[in-house]
Design a protein. Structure first.
Length: 135
C-alpha cells in the first residue's frame, strides 16, 4: 500500500517526510530508534525512507495520539491492516489494546477526581466557605 500521492520506489529524505507527515525530524529519528520506522543510509549519510513511510508515520502518530506507547505500536505495525481510514490490529493484540483502554479510563477517573477537588477549592475561595477535602 502506498500513501496517496506517493511515488512507489522513490526514496524520501527526512525533511520531506517531516513536511509530508507533520512529524518533526527529531520524532522521525526517535521512531526509527524505537523500531517503528526503517531508513536506509545513503553514501552521504542521509536517511532515505521508502514511499510507504508516509503512511507508516501517519499511523504511528494516530496510535500515539490514541494513548498507545511505542512498545505496543512496535508489536502492532508488523501485523496490522490499513483499510482506508481504519487501522485493524491483529487478533493477538486486542487484549493489549483493551488493557490500554482500561489504563486510560483509570487516568480519566483520576483526572475527574482531581478536577472535582480543584472545583471545590475554587468555589470555596469565591464564596469564602470552608473546603471539605476528601469528600
Amino acid at each position: 500500500m502506498s500513501a496517496p500521492g506517493a511515488v512507489v520506489g522513490v526514496g524520501v529524505l527526512i525533511g520531506e517526510l517531516a513536511e509530508r507527515t507533520g512529524a518533526s525530524p527529531r520524532s522521525l529519528r526517535y521512531y526509527e530508534r524505537q523500531g517503528l520506522l526503517v531508513a536506509v543510509r545513503k553514501g552521504n549519510g542521509y536517511r532515505e525512507y521508502d514511499a510507504e513511510a508516509v503512511r507508516t508515520v501517519c499511523v504511528i502518530r494516530s496510535l500515539l495520539d490514541a494513548g498507545l506507547n511505542t512498545e505496543t505500536i512496535a508489536r502492532m505495525l508488523p501485523c496490522m491492516r490499513i483499510e482506508g481510514p481504519r487501522v485493524v490490529p491483529c487478533a493477538g493484540l486486542v487484549e493489549d489494546l483493551a488493557a490500554q483502554r482500561r489504563r486510560i479510563d483509570g487516568e480519566i477517573a483520576a483526572l475527574n477526581h482531581s478536577r472535582g477537588l480543584l472545583s471545590q477549592v475554587i468555589d470555596a475561595a469565591r464564596s469564602e466557605a470552608p473546603v471539605t477535602v476528601g469528600a
